[in-house]
Design a protein around this ligand. Sequence first.
Ligand code: NAD
Length: 246
Amino acid sequence: MQGKTAIITGGGSGFGRETALKLAQKEANICVVDLSKEHGEETVNLCKETGVDAIFVEADVSKVEDVKRYVSETMKHFGKIDMFFNNAGISGSGVRTLECSEEEFEKIIDVNLKGAFYGLKYVVNEMLKTGGGSIVNTASLGGVVGMPTLGPYSATKHGIIGLTKTIAGEYGRENIRINAIAPGTNETPMVKAFPADAIKAMADAVPMGRLGQPHEVGNVVAFLLSDEASYIHGAVISIDGGSAAL
Ligand SMILES: NC(=O)c1ccc[n+]([C@@H]2O[C@H](COP(=O)([O-])OP(=O)(O)OC[C@H]3O[C@@H](n4cnc5c(N)ncnc54)[C@H](O)[C@@H]3O)[C@@H](O)[C@H]2O)c1
């Protein structure tokens, strides 16, 4: 990946950070996009330790002006965008779907679905000018099955899969290669903070009997973004220890 450039939204934490580090190890230059300046800059510094060039853009993916800015700052600094990990997302407060407030529903749609759409719209526009690129959108296990108490989240993740498949059909001939990942529950800081019995119950429900680790997602995303995955297009890749198989 030497000389290639990747944009990673939500790059300050979790899957975004793991993917940034994996791509940096493969010598790609990185633009980290995140709401959190502190965490985003931490990821940039970790990437730079591998010897690559990396920049941070503080941005809210749900605001179209911020999206245009992270795209233009990447173009200004690196001159092209070869890879895009469209990943920033939020979950929800965990109430039954119809008890969710209108405000919360709109917020989750704004960040997860509109944010992903804006990113695709403005990143693909630049990729087309330089011969194409590869994209991974972060959906979820909740994008392929329903997820009780996370209805708005599940709706946005189903929506991301719809966008992925449709754009694959529309732009494949122009060398835009696009896929989605559908991770199951991972041991992120948020999940680690749950009571031990709740974590055990979640792990017991997984066919492999354990939760995922964020680097197991980063490994797959780095592969999908690479030329090694050159004929994988419009796919939804489960990374869930077998949960979607049940
Ligand atoms: N953790 C899981 O178990 C899991 C499972 C399936 C899917 N996902 C999805 O994976 C993606 C990443 O999740 P994670 O677990 O790494 O989460 P995380 O909370 O560790 O990281 C998400 C990052 O996104 C940033 N972010 C949030 N809203 C933003 C916004 N509006 N604009 C810019 N940045 C924003 C946060 O600051 C944070 O750094 C999300 O789309 C999430 O829905 C997570």
